[in-house]
Design a protein around this ligand. Sequence first.
Ligand code: PA5
Ligand code: NI
Length: 202
Amino acid sequence: MEIRVENGRVAHPFFVEIDSHSGKMDGDATHIKRFLSKLINVFADTDAAKDYLRRHGDTLIYEVYEKDIPEANGEVRFCSSITYPGKIGNEYFMTKGHFHSRPDTAEMYWCIRGKGYMLMEKEDGEHELEEMHPGRVVYVPGYYAHRSINIGNEPLISLPVYPGDAGHDYETMEERGFKHIVVEKNGRPVVIENPRYGRMRG
Ligand code: PA5
Ligand code: NI
């Protein structure tokens, strides 16, 4: 269904359909696909990432269907976020993660499929990890960077909802990274300090 925008605001009710198995959003949503070749530096073990790339070819780590709602104060933006299962070295597949450009804005994530975590981290590195499973809604307060991590063996699908003017600040995490990462140890997910914290670009 088309969105009717007038004077930079949504001017008419609309709906979308989201397939709860695949996470696919119908209609004219923006479809973002994030492949491993563009995420090498996102993972703590860059050698493992390059090796994975050599062995498996370019791999879709996550994708997002984002409805093109104006990025205006008063609007609500939402998307469908799908993170695939897998690991680079012992670190689980995950999203890049970000602060919001308007850092005080919150976000809620409604998980509809899979098993994982929402890692949330403040500027000073203080962190919270919340489990994500179908039926759970995780509230990410303002000033927390956030990333989804898939610890299961099926796609982790959630529906993020956030203020129209929140924006995405990817720069901080590309440069500095999260202070914590989630890795598998003895078959279980554990949080450890990121060995490349503060120098993600190499
Ligand atoms: O706004 C959000 O937090 C989500 O819609 C994310 O953009 C989505 O999960 C993809 O993650 P990232 O933006 O970190 O690439
Ligand atoms: Ni966000």
